[in-house]
Design a protein around this ligand. Structure first.
Ligand SMILES: Cc1cc2nc3c(=O)[nH]c(=O)nc-3n(C[C@H](O)[C@H](O)[C@H](O)COP(=O)(O)OP(=O)(O)OC[C@H]3O[C@@H](n4cnc5c(N)ncnc54)[C@H](O)[C@@H]3O)c2cc1C
Length: 328
C-alpha cells in the first residue's frame, strides 16, 4: 500500500475538511506516544466526513478514526494510512432530549445537561474525550454509563446514513456493536434525560471532578485505566476465591485489586510507569515509548495469569498494530 497524493489533493478541496500531512500522533494522544500517519483529516460536517470516507475507500487508502485520543495506544512507528476525525460538536436541548454531535466533548455535554437541569450524565463529569468514542466504548464512571441515556445513534456505514436504537447498539460494559463494526462511524446521537435540579447536578459533577483530578492530574500523559474491571461471576475459580467480599462492588471487581496483589504499583519499564497510588493507572513519565508501554502491559498480564489464572483485558484501544483495523 502506498501513499496516494492524488487522494490527499482531492481531499484538500473538500469544504469543511482540514488535512494535515504527516501528523505525529503523539501530538494527538493523551499518552503522548505514537509516530506519524500519512495524514490526519478533520471533518467539520457530515458531508465532509462522508466525502473523506468515500474518497479514502475508493483510493484504497487504509484509514481509521479517532476522537480526542484519550483511550489510545499508538505504535511508535505510527499508522500507515490516514486518520479521520469528526469534529462537529453541536449540543442541542429541545426538551428532556439532547441531540449531540459525535465530536462534542463529553464534558461539555455533561455541563450542558446539568445547566438545563437534566439528570443522568452528572456522574460522568471529568471523563475526557468526545461523545462518539464514549458511545463506541460505552464510557462510564461512578454508577453511570452513556448507554443508559442513549435513545438512538446516527452513523455512516460507508454507503448511507443509518440510525440504531439503543437496543440495536448492543451496549454492555465498555462495549457497543460499533466495536464489532469499526467501519461504522458515529456522527450524532439523541439522549433521553430526566428532569433534575441544576445546582444539585452541578454539585455532584464538581465533587467528582475534584476526586478525578486528584487521581488523574490533567497534565498526566495516560489513558485512564488501562485494563477493564471484572464481573465477579466471570472470574476464574482461583481469582474468585482470592477476592475479599468488600472488593466486590455492584457485581464488579476492580482490575486494580488484582494488579496491586501482583506488585504492579510503581513498576516501571523505560519511561513508562504504573502509578504508585493506583495499580491500574499507567503513565508516560515524559520520555517513554510505546515499546516500553507494551513491555509493561505484557509483564502485568503475565503476573496476573501466573498468580490468579486471570486474563486481564485492555480497555484502551490499539492503533497501528494490526492492519485489520484499517477500513480500506
Ligand atoms: C485521565 C483519564 C481518565 C479516564 N477515565 C475514564 C472513565 O472513568 N470511564 C471511561 O469509560 N473511560 C475513561 N477514560 C478513557 C477515555 O476517556 C474514554 O474511552 C473516552 O470515551 C475516549 O474518547 P476519545 O474521544 O478520546 O476517543 P479516542 O481515544 O480518540 O478513540 C477511542 C476509540 O473510539 C473510536 N472512535 C472515536 N470516534 C468514533 C466515532 N465517531 N465513531 C466510531 N468510533 C469512534 C476510535 O476508532 C477508537 O478506537 C479515561 C481516560 C483518561 C485519559
Amino acid at each position: 500500500m502506498t501513499f496516494s497524493h492524488d487522494a490527499m489533493h482531492h481531499l484538500r478541496q473538500v469544504p469543511g475538511l482540514r488535512v494535515l500531512p504527516g501528523a505525529e500522533l503523539r501530538h494527538h494522544t493523551r499518552f503522548r506516544l505514537g509516530g506519524p500517519c500519512w495524514f490526519l483529516a478533520d471533518a467539520e460536517t457530515p458531508e465532509a466526513f462522508q466525502q473523506a470516507y468515500i474518497t479514502l475507500a475508493a483510493a484504497g487508502i487504509p484509514w481509521t478514526s479517532i476522537g480526542a485520543g484519550t483511550n489510545l495506544i499508538v505504535n511508535d512507528a505510527g499508522y500507515p494510512g490516514a486518520i479521520l476525525r469528526y469534529s462537529a460538536s453541536r449540543i442541542l436541548v429541545p426538551g428532556t432530549n439532547i441531540f449531540v454531535d459525535a465530536g462534542a466533548e463529553l464534558n461539555a455535554l455533561v455541563d450542558t445537561a446539568n445547566a438545563h437541569a437534566l439528570a443522568g450524565l452528572e456522574s460522568m463529569a471529568g471523563i475526557p474525550g468526545w461523545v462518539g468514542a464514549a458511545i463506541y466504548g460505552n464510557a462510564g464512571a461512578y454508577g453511570q454509563s452513556i448507554h443508559q441515556r442513549v435513545e438512538s445513534v446516527r452513523f455512516f456505514d460507508g454507503r448511507e446514513l443509518r440510525q440504531w436504537s439503543k437496543a440495536e447498539c448492543g451496549f454492555r460494559y465498555r462495549h457497543s456493536r460499533f466495536k464489532e463494526h469499526k467501519e461504522y462511524q458515529i456522527l450524532s446521537a439523541t439522549l433521553q434525560l430526566e428532569p433534575g435540579d441544576a445546582a444539585a447536578l452541578q454539585a455532584v459533577s464538581q465533587k467528582i471532578r475534584a476526586t478525578r483530578d486528584a487521581k488523574f492530574p490533567p497534565s498526566m500523559a495516560c489513558a485512564g485505566s488501562i485494563f477493564k474491571n471484572f464481573l465477579y461471576k466471570d472470574l476464574p475459580d482461583r481469582a474468585r476465591a482470592a477476592v475479599p467480599p468488600a472488593k466486590v462492588i455492584e457485581g464488579k471487581v476492580p482490575a486494580g485489586w488484582f494488579l496491586e496483589e501482583v506488585g504492579a504499583k510503581g513498576l516501571q519499564v523505560g519511561g513508562i510507569k504504573v502509578a504508585d497510588y493506583h495499580a491500574n493507572l499507567i503513565y508516560n513519565t515524559g520520555h517513554g515509548t510505546t515499546a516500553d508501554l507494551l513491555a509493561l502491559i505484557a509483564e502485568l498480564k503475565t503476573r496476573a495469569w501466573h498468580q490468579f489464572n486471570l486474563s486481564i483485558e485492555e480497555e484502551v484501544q490499539y492503533l497501528g498494530f494490526d492492519t485489520a483495523t484499517s477500513h480500506a
